[in-house]
Design a binder for this molecule. Structure first.
Ligand code: NAG
Ligand code: NAG
Ligand code: NAG
Ligand code: NAG
Ligand code: NAG
Ligand code: NAG
Ligand code: NAG
Ligand code: NAG
Length: 635
């Protein structure tokens, strides 16, 4: 539908819908347009006027291989209705593993069932087990008939925690219920345990291959970077003998997906605001002093992150100069560059540009009904391999692990889990740091504006590498870690600032190599991610006046991820995921309330991994799915 036609239809239909709205007869200064993009809330009719059944919300993801199969047993973690919980401590319960199906488990899956009625904002929620976060999610915004949804997450990597008894479970979901905000969230959390091996579809053979010439895969990766910047590192040529196969075997812990032996939370001491660190500015650091076992042979830091308040749309923030020069009252500034980083004893140990997840109330809540934005229901976490830092950490003393967000403004919620693998054959290992060289980020900013119109560009690039050796009972292995990303961001304003276009492109690559004492590369894993985002929001005052605005909103974003893993003994594994979502529509808003509107969306997802292939195409319009095709065929 063209905008002019929809405007016409809208003013026709609104004359009835909003008959009771008193329209101003004089012409006071028009109220300012809504923030673009902003966080909105659906204004639902009273419960008595509801006609339909509740909306089921979904996030399009790759299904878990266990979906649709019966778990060996399950445990309820928590059942709670989160009403006016703001400012209260997290809700707590106790966890112990099931006695009916004791470990070992092949997989453990966390299942959240949630529902809500009434008007409510999207809220962030977190689940912690003994202070270690295991799940972070954003709630859906209920629509006129209420809403419900189910999220499942593979939590097998927390196996060492899940085996322990009498752990405190805490759940944080800060909600406000008052005269205007009426929606409470009912949450039901359970763990599903699968003891048996999950059968793998027959397509497995086609994508799980043994390498032909040994190290063939590894050679292919010589110049893997996005800018063809060749790595300045010695490579191993030629065939590897039997000797190295034995070595690969003993080094296998460095590339296998076996869960860690121990998890140390890098989170806040539990208090009213929850276990996450609240980051309000660039200089804030969430710090935790920890001591690790002397026989730690591998360490991976998993970081949870979400952005809120003035930084919910950080990738769309203009520089402060624009805000000041135009005498704007908004505080959503500080430019559009944010980088989440981790540190070990104050030394930079890796960073990431987070996936710009658009929450269910973001830009236009109608766009996320019933299919929510990529990552909303199960926020991604980011892994940093800290094995190269073991040479610093293995002295029996306390060390500080830190988390921060470059250039942040209020507020970000971050915390992390340190996953540790222990040498089963010794009580202490030796380790040394070889290199923790991390050049500063290269960043270029370009700002051009006149009055309210203009454009702001940022280009940034970071290339870090870390390496260190660990001598375990299995041998002396050096881990080399490369973390690279580049980001391009453009924010432009037109039509006196009432039309905003945001474009961001992020490419990131993480590579980990394990090298033997003789300098042979034993395994290599490369993960590449791309996540572009394009967002358009333009507002114009409605003919109805009264501070009502008509906002046109388009959002297209995607996530592409490939992972390639190879070992010198010929083992290899590859996986890929492509998830692309395009949503467009408009809404009528007054303040933060969406009065009416219209939205469309289409999304395609395809994935390929050791379990097989999956592809799904979904289309939705006006809050209903109008097309949903899926198959498990490998192209
Ligand atoms: C869960 O993840 C683990 C790796 O942490 C993997 O081995 C397992 O197959 C996964 N299970 C499911 C159901 O996806
Ligand atoms: C867990 O706590 C209960 C009650 O405090 C106690 O009876 C039980 O022995 C504890 N179990 C373990 C494994 O510590
Ligand atoms: C902003 O305020 C200053 C001081 O009141 C004024 O001189 C300037 O013209 C204003 N600028 C705009 C764009 O309104
Ligand atoms: C490794 O360290 C842990 C924690 O200190 C200890 O419990 C374990 O026994 C050690 N392993 C060996 C083989 O000594
Ligand atoms: C382990 O290997 C590294 C690199 O090959 C070497 O520099 C280091 O001295 C070795 N450590 C021990 C204890 O042999
Ligand atoms: C939003 O997307 C729709 C559908 O592709 C398109 O017709 C419309 O022109 C777009 N709006 C803007 C402002 O780009
Ligand atoms: C989704 O809609 C956009 C705009 O109409 C179109 O360009 C794109 O091809 C569509 N994608 C799919 C998968 O239907
Ligand atoms: C189904 O599989 C084929 C490959 O055989 C692929 O091209 C197609 O896009 C898939 N269709 C859907 C709806 O996922």
């Amino acid at each position: 539908m063209s905008l002019s036609l929809s405007l016409l239809l809208l003013s026709l239909s609104l004359s009835t819908t909003f008959a009771s709205l008193s329209l101003p007869s004089a012409s006071p200064p028009p109220p300012p347009p809504p923030p673009l993009p902003g966080r909105f809330i659906k204004s639902n009719p009273p419960l008595s006027l509801r006609r339909g059944s509740p909306q089921q919300y979904i996030e399009l993801t790759k299904p878990l291989p266990t979906d649709g199969t019966t778990p060996s047993c399950s445990v309820t973690l928590l059942r709670h209705t989160f009403a006016n919980t703001a400012g209260s401590p997290p809700v707590a319960s106790t966890y112990s593993p099931p006695t009916t199906c004791p470990p070992p488990w092949h997989s453990v899956v966390l299942e959240m069932r949630a529902s809500s009625d009434g008007d409510q904002y999207d809220r962030v929620a977190g689940v912690w087990l003994d202070g270690a976060e295991i799940f972070r999610t954003i709630t859906a915004e209920p629509d006129a008939n209420g809403g419900f949804w189910t999220v499942r997450k593979n939590v097998t990597r927390y196996d060492s925690l899940l085996r322990r008894s009498n752990l405190t479970v805490t759940v944080m979901l800060e909600n406000v219920v008052d005269d205007e905000l009426t929606g409470a969230y009912n949450v039901d959390l359970a763990l599903l345990y699968y003891q048996n091996y999950i059968s793998v579809p027959s397509s497995r053979d086609s994508d799980h291959h043994k390498l032909g010439p040994k190290l063939g895969l590894l050679k292919e990766y010589r110049s893997v970077d996005f800018d063809n910047r060749e790595r300045k590192l010695g490579f191993i040529d030629g065939e590897l003998g039997v000797e190295s196969e034995k070595l690969t075997d003993s080094a296998s812990m460095y590339y296998s997906t076996t869960p860690a032996d121990l998890i140390i939370p890098i989170s806040n001491v539990p208090k009213e605001e929850g276990s996450w660190f609240r980051i309000e500015k660039g200089s804030d650091i969430g710090l935790r002093e920890i001591q690790i076992p002397l026989n730690t042979s591998k360490a991976v830091l998993e970081v949870y992150v979400s952005f809120h308040g003035d930084d919910e749309f950080w990738y769309s923030n203009p520089p402060d100069a624009y805000i000041k020069k135009n005498n704007l009252t908004t505080v959503r500034g500080n430019g559009a560059y944010r980088e989440v980083f981790v540190s070990v004893d104050g030394i930079f140990a890796g960073s990431v540009i987070p996936l710009p997840v658009v929450y269910t109330g973001g830009v236009n809540p109608l766009l996320w009904e019933p299919v929510v934005g990529i990552g909303s229901f199960n926020l991604p976490t980011y892994d940093f391999d800290l094995t190269p830092f073991l040479g610093m950490l293995l002295d029996g003393k306390s060390h500080a692990i830190g988390l921060g967000v470059v250039d942040s403004i209020p507020f970000w919620l971050v915390d992390a889990n340190l996953h540790l693998w222990l040498d089963q054959g010794s009580s202490a290992v030796q380790a040394g740091v070889v290199n923790t060289q991390a050049p500063a980020v290269e960043i270029r900013r370009d700002a051009k504006f006149q009055h309210l119109d203009g454009s702001f560009k940022i280009g940034a690039l970071r290339s870090s590498q870390f390496s260190g050796w660990v001598k375990t009972s299995e041998g002396n292995f050096t881990t080399q870690v490369f973390v690279d990303f580049k980001v391009k961001n453009t924010v432009s304003f037109k039509r006196k600032g009432t039309s905003k276009l945001v474009q961001q492109k992020v490419q990131a690559q993480t590579e980990r190599r394990v090298v033997s004492e003789m300098g042979l590369m034993l395994s290599q894993k490369i993960i590449k991610r791309k996540y572009p985002l394009k967002m358009i929001a333009q507002a114009r005052p409605s003919r109805l006046g009264g501070g009502i605005y008509l906002v046109e909103t388009n959002v297209s974003h995607s996530l592409t991820e490939t992972s390639d893993c190879g070992a010198a003994d010929g083992a290899s594994a590859t996986s890929s995921l492509r998830n692309k979502q395009f949503s467009w529509g408009w809404m009528m808003v007054k303040d933060q309330f969406v009065l009416s509107g219209f939205a469309n969306m289409n999304q395609t997802l395809s994935s390929k991994d050791e379990f097989g292939c999956f592809s799904r195409i979904v289309r939705a319009t006006k809050g209903r799915i109008i097309g949903d095709l899926k198959n498990f065929t490998c192209p």
